[in-house]
Design a protein around this ligand. Structure first.
Ligand code: UDP
Length: 362
């Protein structure tokens, strides 16, 4: 019987992947490692499967004597406020996590990885095919996420070339839906949280920047086919997303049209905010014939709104994190202090490469 490991399985997308895995009958062990940084225990609380083992730990330090037939590496924040708050930890989760995970694969095992449309940066061509090499600033504000995804792609392709393992890499475009954290901070989730609380939707810049918004169940349909269901002779990278491109302003206006009493507020633009994103799905259509992002944007947003309403009625926090600042004397509100916050952040910093714990975890 097969053994499977999922890193980040209690997160937004991870929890759907774990649900889908549990429909399979060809494995006896499913280890989910999640440190609940952005994942939530309640995302998997409904699953009653004796094969499922949950481990609350950073993926970089997880250790076990077990080897796995399949590993799915999802551990990483995906929302800019979350990864910008802890950029080094983000690099570590993706890259050090990925390096650690390949050591846990059986010979000829398969490792699947969620990369991102962020590898295209602020793209100069549209739509973006997988062959486009991107326009990324490797020291910019988004670089911890973009570059660690890019480097982990590189790592896995090189492991495939040199170690005989199989890598499956998807590049996800923007995904939204139920189980996004109400304090996630990405556009759809932030606007929904704001619509149901303050009633003020914060549009950054003029809102003309656009994205391709995919409903989570559709995106996970494609991931499941690519990662394990279909017999596919293509390792990726594979763009997965909805190729209907919609501006941020249109998203905000649509949400304002379905929630009474909501207004838009235009805020300063975000530095290096990509101007556009749309997947070229030519390869996706060849590799996953018949797959389409079938949920209309309007239906998906309405469904997500219902879910957010239930979360907020249940008392969920809706405030996304603000960035950690280590500029001399600035505290998190941008006010001068006597160095206390800076000292605290530095004292609490984790070592850049976490020590690997002794074997015997799961
Ligand atoms: N955005 C916005 N207001 C918000 C959150 C996001 O205008 O409250 C914009 C953001 O500047 C970006 C787009 O929405 O242009 C998508 O942002 P998101 O964080 O969802 O994902 P990204 O594609 O930037 O990683």
């Amino acid at each position: 019987m097969r053994k499977i490991l999922v890193s980040g399985g209690s997160g937004f997308i991870g929890s759907y992947i774990v649900e889908r895995l549990c429909r399979r009958s060809d494995f006896d062990t499913l280890v989910v490692v999640d440190n609940y940084w952005t994942g939530l225990p309640e995302n998997l609380a409904h699953i009653r499967d004796p094969r499922l083992k949950l481990v609350n730990q950073d993926i970089e330090t997880f250790a076990t004597a077990e080897k796995f037939d399949e590993i799915i590496h999802l551990a990483s924040p995906a929302s800019p406020p979350w990864y910008m708050r802890e950029p080094i930890r983000t690099i570590s989760a993706n890259l050090i996590g990925g390096m650690h995970l390949v050591e846990m694969l059986k010979p000829r095992g398969r490792i699947s990885f969620t990369s991102t449309s962020e590898v295209y940066g602020d793209p100069l061509i549209t739509p973006q095919p997988e062959s486009y090499r991107g326009s990324v600033d490797c020291t910019g504000p988004r670089s911890s996420y973009d570059e660690s995804k890019r480097c982990t792609e590189s790592l896995l392709f090189e492991c495939q070339r040199t170690r005989g393992i199989e890598a499956r890499i998807v590049r996800l475009f923007n995904v939204y839906g139920p189980r996004t954290r109400p304090d996630d901070g990405r556009a759809v989730s932030n606007f929904l949280s704001q619509a149901l609380t303050s009633g003020v939707l914060t549009v950054y810049g003029d809102g003309a920047q656009s994205r391709s918004w995919g409903y989570v169940e559709d995106i996970v349909d494609a991931m499941e086919r690519f990662f394990w269901l279909d017999q596919i002779d293509y390792q990726g990278p594979l763009n997965i997303g909805n190729d209907r491109e919609i501006s941020v302003l249109e998203v905000a206006e649509f949400i304002a049209s379905i929630v009474p009493g909501v207004r838009l507020e235009f805020c300063p633009p975000v530095p290096q905010d990509p101007t556009n994103r749309r997947p070229d799905l030519t390869i996706c259509r060849q590799v996953l014939p018949g797959w389409v992002a079938r949920t209309s944007y309007e239906d998906g947003v309405r469904r997500t709104l219902d879910w957010f309403r239930s979360q907020i009625e249940g008392g969920a926090n809706t405030e996304p994190p603000s960035p950690i600042r280590l500029v001399d004397g600035d505290d998190e509100d941008g006010e001068k202090d006597e160095g206390g916050d800076r000292a605290r952040e530095v004292d609490d910093a984790q070592p850049l490469v976490a020590p690997i714990a002794a074997a015997g975890g799961a």
